[in-house]
Design a protein around this ligand. Structure first.
Ligand code: SAH
Length: 368
């Protein structure tokens, strides 16, 4: 048993079964034993790989997106470039480098990072040491927002805890994490059904309630609607709300039982982009997308970027660039990033449609 598993088992014996959100929050964020709090989980030697770690082109295109959005905002100076859950800091590093081509952009911005993990904060500091910027770290989003802002979050919402409910003949019951006869973690259901929830679902349906993600999105939306700017959320999930248990655990690039190794495996959920968009709209922002990551990156000029970088590269480098870029947009199977990942922007309603969301102006179709 992991040290965290022992602590959680004690908690369940003392206080009763845990909600899925409490289990997830402790597995990921326990101050000493939480998954993100004690280690750097990324890369080939880690548990999973994210888009910025696959290809520099991902961050470069998002940097150009941000610089273009900043121009559409009327080039406010100063303004904040904020990243939520920046991992190793690679996305921010690539964004800042690419943003150099838009004059005045880098001079106008200050970098703000929202990160709870001390290990990853150190890693981000090292990555950005040569960038010439002086990033400021925050525990909470609210503290990172002040004035016009562009907020970027890649694979952040999927790490925020949610609750689950299951439809039984007596109504919706909350899914809880308890202990079985042998002292192992097991899912169970609350004794009392939830009275207030609608019933239009098949028996056994699982309904997820992503309160922390919805709050995050609403905070960003409220801020940009009032102070100017936009938030960009990239993650895996569906464009339309559906039923189903999406809680998953990953270790060494494979799926494992979410209850087996709390603190030692990454725990995530799929993002419900329809509900995120609704929360953003309700908070006063305009909704752009969601579109697939494939459509978004191709519209931003992924292929042109690969071609431009390849002209200056030796053949092996060019092959690596092409392979990385194609992983970002591949859409052959349901698990490929291009189709599974979606991109949603929540923007100040005074802004025009942001780059990447106008699917009628794909680069291939643009006038020469
Ligand atoms: N964006 C990065 C990392 C994604 S992993 C990438 O694409 O590579 C999720 C990140 O969010 C990690 O940096 C993790 O430490 C951070 N994180 C998780 N929960 C958080 C929370 N509640 N507040 C702030 N950061 C959080």
């Amino acid at each position: 048993m992991t040290p965290l598993a022992q602590e959680l088992a004690r908690l369940i014996r003392d206080e009763g079964p845990l909600s899925v959100s409490r289990y997830m929050a402790l597995a990921l964020g326990h101050p000493r034993h939480g998954y993100y709090m004690k280690q750097d989980p990324f890369g080939a030697a880690g548990d999973f790989t994210t888009a910025p770690e696959i290809s520099q082109i991902f961050g470069e295109l998002i940097g150009l997106w941000a610089a273009t959005a900043w121009r559409m905002m009327g080039e406010p100076a100063p303004f904040r470039l904020v990243e939520l859950g920046p991992g190793r800091g690679t996305l921010m590093q690539d964004m800042l480098r690419a943003g150099k081509v838009v004059s005045g952009f880098r001079e106008a911005l200050t970098v703000h990072m929202v990160e709870t993990s001390p290990v990853l904060r150190e890693r981000q500091r090292a990555t950005l040491a040569a960038s010439g910027m002086a990033p400021v770290w925050h525990e909470r989003i609210e503290d990172a927002l002040d004035g016009p802002a562009l907020i970027v979050a890649n694979e952040f919402l999927d790490a925020l805890p949610l609750d689950q409910f299951v439809l039984t003949p007596e109504g919706w019951r909350e899914r809880l994490v308890g202990l079985d006869g042998e002292g192992r973690f097991a899912f169970g259901l609350s004794a009392e059904p939830e009275g207030r929830m609608a019933r239009a679902a098949p028996q056994g349906a699982v309904l997820e309630q992503p309160l922390a993600a919805l709050e995050t999105v609403a905070t960003v939306a409220r801020h940009v609607a009032a102070e100017g700017g936009a938030g960009l959320f990239i993650d895996y999930g569906a464009v339309q709300t559906g039923f189903g248990d999406t809680l998953q655990a990953m270790r060494q690039h494979g799926f494992v039982d979410p209850l087996a190794e709390p603190g030692d495996a990454d725990l995530t959920v799929h993002v419900d982009f329809e509900r995120m968009a609704q929360a953003g709209r309700a908070a006063g922002a305009a909704v752009h997308g969601a579109v697939t990551q494939r459509d978004f990156l191709l519209a931003l000029g992924l292929e042109q970027r690969v071609a431009a970088l390849s002209r200056r590269a030796v053949p092996e480098q060019a092959a690596r660039l092409a392979a990385g870029a194609s992983r970002l947009v591949a859409a052959d199977r349901g698990t490929d990033m291009g189709q599974l990942f979606k991109v949603l922007a929540l923007a100040d309603p005074r802004l025009p449609l942001l780059p990447g969301f106008d699917l009628h102006r794909l680069p291939e179709q643009a006038a020469p």
